[in-house]
Ligand binder design. Structure first.
Ligand SMILES: [Zn+2]
Length: 348
């Protein structure tokens, strides 16, 4: 396969990922993102349906209905929720998923009220002026000593409540999407919207190249991965195998780069199916995808949730290398292209 053949699809993946990244979707607040995903798969000519809990199942066609393959990617991200409206009118948050106050500090946020629209603010250390706060450097950032400073004229609890802001409101952190001329893509939430973009690219490839996958092929865009049950249940009939398409880890001690497709052999949930990993590595070699095999020390995936929900299938995990995961994440279009290549070789 010539690199130029895939360029069009990689461009599409980066465009679609960028669009999705700009739709706020912290875990528990994913309706708009899921609706966008459903529309995009339908626009490409595929049947897409909602699961009861708000995910999207896409039928990517295929022959062998008794030996189906399910690809799982998640559109939920990290975020926050209003835990307390403080006496100074500011908001103390609780995390949604593994959002970390250290790298969320100074980020712009949107507070989504239930009935009174959206308000902007900034997530700051309490008493955030360096010229005033003598303990600024030494203070460990926690959810308790950081707060949302609303960009509204509020000075006490009552004035904030008057805006319609309430405990339980969703707080969305600015995704900060950037695509560089050198091909890097950066955002807080590449995990796992880059993979959703890749599955859209795969769908477009199937349609335009008029490919019929050998096995029945489905995609499940899940919405509760960041809290561990995204992939539980909702496996289409006849599926014997599921692969999470999620971010590949990049960091010290690992071999993957942001330009490669990572094939995970083991994560916190234990080893992936030996047969699936073997098949993925073989397919990557055959098609010439630049890949790395790695072990992720602190990681769980949708497909492990699928297994734990009691479904009997073989499981695997692949993804584009993502650096600074759950922080300000970075990947590269070559990484996305290598995932697409591997999926073309393995799933079609
Ligand atoms: Zn993820």
């Amino acid at each position: 396969m010539k690199k130029t053949d895939l360029k069009k699809y990689t461009d599409f993946i980066i465009d679609e990922t960028t669009r999705l990244l700009n739709i706020d979707s912290p875990t528990g607040y994913t309706e708009e993102a899921a609706a966008w995903v459903k529309d995009e798969f339908e626009r490409l000519g595929f049947k897409a349906t909602y699961t009861n809990k708000g995910g999207v199942i896409v039928d990517l066609t295929g022959e062998d209905k008794e030996n189906g393959l399910l690809l799982e990617a998640h559109t939920d991200t990290l975020g926050g929720m209003v835990a307390t409206i403080k006496d100074n009118g500011r908001l103390q948050l609780t995390n949604l998923g593994g959002m970390n106050p250290n790298n969320a500090e100074t980020e712009n946020v949107r507070v989504v009220t239930r009935f009174d629209g959206i308000y902007e603010g900034t997530f700051q250390l309490n008493n955030a002026s360096i010229h005033v706060n003598g303990e600024y450097d030494e203070t460990k950032r926690t959810w308790e000593n950081c707060e949302v400073v609303l960009d509204e004229d509020v000075k006490d609890k009552e004035s904030t409540e008057k805006l319609g802001i309430s405990v339980g409101d969703i707080v969305c952190f600015e995704p900060n999407v950037r695509v560089t001329k050198s091909g890097y893509i950066k955002s807080r939430f590449l995990d796992d919207k880059l993979s959703v973009g890749i599955l859209l690219g795969l769908a477009r490839y199937i349609k335009e190249k008029k490919v019929t996958p050998k096995r029945a092929l489905y995609a499940h865009i899940t919405v509760f991965e960041e809290v561990g049950h995204g992939g539980s249940g909702n496996v289409p009939k006849g599926c014997t195998e599921a692969i999470s398409v999620d971010m590949g880890c990049v960091g010290e001690g690992l071999t993957c780069t942001e330009k490669q497709v990572s094939i995970c052999a083991k994560d916190s949930g234990g080893p992936y199916s030996y047969r699936v990993v073997q098949g993925l590595v073989t397919a990557a070699k055959e098609i010439g995808a630049d890949y790395a095999i790695d072990i992720y020390p602190h990681y769980g995936s949708d497909v492990e949730a699928t297994l734990r929900s009691g479904v009997d299938l073989k499981h695997g995990l692949i993804g584009a290398g993502v650096y600074a995961s759950h922080g300000y994440e970075r990947s590269h279009r070559d990484g996305a292209e290598n995932v697409l290549k591997l999926l073309i070789a393995y799933a079609l």
